[in-house]
Structures are given as C-alpha cells and as structure tokens.
Design a protein around this ligand. Structure first.
Ligand code: UD1
Ligand code: MG
Length: 459
C-alpha cells in the first residue's frame, strides 16, 4: 500500500506477565509474539517500519536484529501509549499519509484486517480510525463509547464506571492515523487517569472535540485482536494459533487423531494422507510428505521427511532428512545432519548424528552412529558403537555397501569397513577391514571345567 507507515509499540514492561523477559519476546506458537506483528505489518510494504522500545530495549533490539528494514526509537521512561508514539516523532519527520499503529502484544491479527482498516481510514478521510471488536468478556480492555453510531471516546477498564464496564465493544489497540497534526495532538494528551499514564486512546475524544473525523472498523473475529497481558492470555493465543494451523492441515487432507494435542508450528508443511497421532510436536521449517505416519510422543524440528515414512512412538528428530519409505523408532534419536536414504530403518534406542544411512540399510537396536557414512543394504547389529571421538577430535567411519556389522562391535574411527565385509560379534575394529574380509578381535574362548563347584567349595 502506498504511503503507509507503521509504528509498533513494544516499550512497555508487561507487568502482568510477571517476567524478567520483555513481554513482546514471550513466545506464541514457538515464535516471539512481536514477530507476528511485524510479519503482518510487512505485508503492507510500509515506507517506514518503526518499533518503539524501552523496557529491556537491548534485548528486544537484539531479538529483532536480523529483520531488514526496521528502525528503532527508545521511549524512556515509559509513560503510556500516547507517550510511546510521541517518542517516535523524529522517525516520521517529513512523512505524510497514513500511520498504522500496532501493538507488539496483539499478535494474531490478519493482514486483511490491517488492509481494511487503512482502506476505510482513507476512504473516510478520517483523522483516526480505530479497530474495535465485540467480546463476551471485555474485562481489561478499553471500552468504545458511542453516541448514536459515532465513537466519542475510549475509556480504560480502571477509569470506567459500571455502565461503561458493561460495554462489550472494545478497543483492539490498533489504529490508523493521518500523520497530519498527529504529533501535535499527542502532545495534548494528559495523564489524569487511574494509571497516571498518557493514553493513546484519548486521542479519540481530543479529535472529536476538535471536530476531526474519527472512524471505526469492527473486526468480526475477536480472537484475532486479542491482546496478551498475562500468561493465561499467552497460552490462549498459542491455542488459537494451533487451532488455525490444525484446521488448515486437516482441510488439506492430513489426519490429526487428536488436534487438541497436536503441536504443529505455523511454517510446518505436511502432505495429504499423512496421519499424526496424539501428543506430537512438529516445529520449525519441517516438511513432511504424503502418506506418512507419525506416532505418539514424537518430536520433529527443522527436518525434511519424504513420502510413506513411519516414525514410531517417542522418537526425537532434529535437522535431519529422511527419504521415502524409511522407518524410525520407537525411541530413536536423529540428531542434526542425519540423512536416511530410501527405505532405511533406524530402530529402538538408536542414536544417529552427522551420518548418512544408505538405501535399505538398517540399525534396529541399541546403536550409535556418529559421523558415519553407511552404504546400501548394510546391517548394523545390536549394540554397535562408532567411536568417533578421541577426546580431542571427531573422526569419520565408512561402512561400504552390503557390509555386515555383528552385534556389540566397536568401530574406532577413522576406519573403513569394505564392501560386503563382515565384522564378527564383539569385535573392536581399529584398522580398516578390506572388502569381503571377516574381522574378529576377541580372543579364543576358553571353558574352565568345574569352575563353579570349585568356587563354591572354597567358601
Ligand atoms: C491497551 C489500550 C486499550 C486496549 C488494549 C488492547 C491504552 C491506554 N489502552 O491497553 O484501550 O483495549 O491495549 O490490547 O493504550 N507500551 C509502550 N509504552 C508504554 C506503555 C505501553 O510501548 O509506555 C506498549 C506495550 O509494550 C504494549 C502496548 O503498548 O505493546 C499496549 O500496552 P499495554 O500496557 O499492554 O496496554 P493495555 O492495558 O493492553
Ligand atoms: Mg496490552
């Protein structure tokens, strides 16, 4: 949208959160709540995007450092929302047009709503346009007071009389302002209220007195303009986000056996006919293909999973890539940079890190593969351990196609097991095994006859 500028208020302490962390950095659905506000603002391609920071300013600035096109102003001390916007005056020097004012603690609002707000503001040629909504429980919000259909002022919870407290139309804390005259008007906002703060919503009454136009846009979905001021509201917002994501996934053909316990991040993609069992967390930039089955208690983050993959219960998968038809778990752990090729199988109590497991290869019980390249059709027996760390450095292991590693073996890296080679049970492999060879390291077994009886006789 042309000639739109955005300011985001994020300087407040968030007293009701009871937290050392600034409120806008508390996470909703896995991301700091202010991220959602900035993402929605960015869809309008604003000319300037200014964040007002104050309480724990350095932490907020640092958390947003990687976002391009942001500028910051500091409000110190924090004397209320009108005072906060006034602190941004210099950042809008010479700007004209519309200023969209967003609150860092209202993360669920949609870009469409913002667009409607700005459109309405412009078509009405208003000085201010307030986003409102009607809720069942207005407690805590500023109430919208109207005379006839016209908004006349906004009264905060603490300053409202019983009649005003009964009003269910609330101020969402999102506004469009004409930049023309805005900062002069802000200077006239007083602090004669219960909190001794300079309230931004007071601009409504000021503009009305001056005969300037004030409009409202009413959001029909109150959930999307929820402000977060407490931990309960934080949890509510996460729940709403999850419900939205779940609905989108199910509409696209994903089965969620129990949506109430499916924790699926906003950027996760899942293909159709994949089934997600109860109590699963899928986070970050994970992409899962079609017809997979993700069993209970599984955690997956930032991973790429192909089609027809089965992840059995309680497996933990981070930054890994799993190709079609592979199977993992139960109780398996795939750490970063694990790649499982087509049809590979990783079973219970197997840990894999920084390794490639080739097509059709399997490690099904109690093994550790670190910094290892496993070829195709390799069998890794129960209890196999790659000894990849010598106390100072990590070393790599190579297991070539068709090799067979007997149970309870240790492969001391750097080491290579050649194509089709066998490693006997209980072998400690310290040097390369040539293709087709059998490696054994245990000594010959000795049986000592009557040892038990003699031992007992000594007592
Ligand atoms: C505010 C509105 C209220 C509205 C509600 C919607 C005021 C006075 N009240 O109340 O009408 O219904 O939002 O969610 O505006 N902030 C600063 N500097 C300050 C104070 C606050 O930057 O000095 C920031 C906060 O970090 C927050 C936002 O402004 O992101 C809103 O402040 P908050 O204290 O949460 O206001 P509410 O009581 O929720
Ligand atoms: Mg708030």
């Amino acid at each position: 949208m042309s000639d739109v500028h955005v300011a985001v208020l994020a300087a407040g302490k968030g007293t009701r959160m009871k937290s050392a962390r600034p409120k806008v950095l508390h996470r909703v659905g896995g991301l700091p709540m202010i991220d959602y506000v900035l993402a929605a603002a960015s869809t309008l391609a604003p000319r300037r995007l200014v964040v007002v920071i104050g309480h724990e300013a350095a932490a907020v600035r640092q958390a947003l450092a990687s976002r391009p096109g942001l500028s910051f102003v500091v409000q110190e001390p924090q004397l209320g929302t009108a005072h906060a916007l006034l602190a941004a005056e210099s950042a809008f020097e010479g700007a004209s047009g519309t200023l969209l004012l967003l609150s860092g603690d209202v993360p669920l609002l949609s870009p469409d709503t913002l667009r409607q707000l700005v459109d309405r503001h412009r078509s009405a040629d208003a000085a201010a346009t307030v986003l409102t909504t009607v809720v069942d429980q207005p407690y805590g919000y500023g109430r919208v007071v109207r005379t006839g259909r016209q908004i006349t002022r906004i009264v905060e919870e603490r300053d409202a009389d019983p009649t005003e407290k009964a009003i269910r139309e609330i101020n969402a804390g999102i506004y469009a302002f004409a930049l023309d005259g805005l900062f002069d008007a802000l200077r006239s906002v007083a602090s004669g209220n219960a909190q001794r703060e300079r309230y931004l919503p007071d601009l409504v009454a000021i503009y009305r007195r001056e005969g300037r136009g004030v409009e409202t846009v009413t959001e029909t979905n109150p959930d999307s303009v929820r402000g977060i001021n407490s931990r309960v509201e934080l949890a509510d917002a996460s729940r709403i986000l999850r419900a939205r994501k779940n609905a989108e996934l199910m509409a696209n053909g994903v089965t969620l056996e129990d949506p109430a316990t499916a924790y699926i991040g906003a950027s996760v993609q899942i293909g159709c006919d994949t089934i997600v069992h109860p109590g699963v967390t899928i986070a970050g930039r994970t992409v899962i293909g079609e017809s997979c089955e993700i069993h209970s208690g599984v955690f997956i983050a930032d991973s790429r999973i192909g089609n027809g993959v089965v992840v059995h219960d309680h497996s933990h998968i981070v930054e890994s890539a799993i190709e079609d038809g592979a199977a993992v778990g139960p109780f398996a752990r795939l750490r970063p940079k694990t790649e499982l090729r087509t049809g590979a199988r990783i079973g219970n109590f197997v840990e894999v890190k920084g390794s490639v497991v080739g097509a059709g290869s399997k490690a099904l019980h109690l093994a550790y593969l670190g910094d290892t390249t496993v070829g195709e059709r390799v069998n890794i027996g129960a209890g196999t351990i790659t000894c990849n760390y010598d106390g100072e450095r990590k070393h790599t292991t190579v297991i070539e196609d068709g090799a067979f590693i007997g149970t309870d073996s240790q492969l001391v890296a750097p080491v290579t097991i050649g194509k089709g080679a066998y490693v006997g049970t209980g072998t400690t492999v310290r040097t390369d095994v040539p293709p087709g060879a059998l490696a054994v390291s245990a000594g010959k077994q000795r049986n000592i006859e009557d040892w038990v009886a003699r031992k007992k006789g000594r007592r």
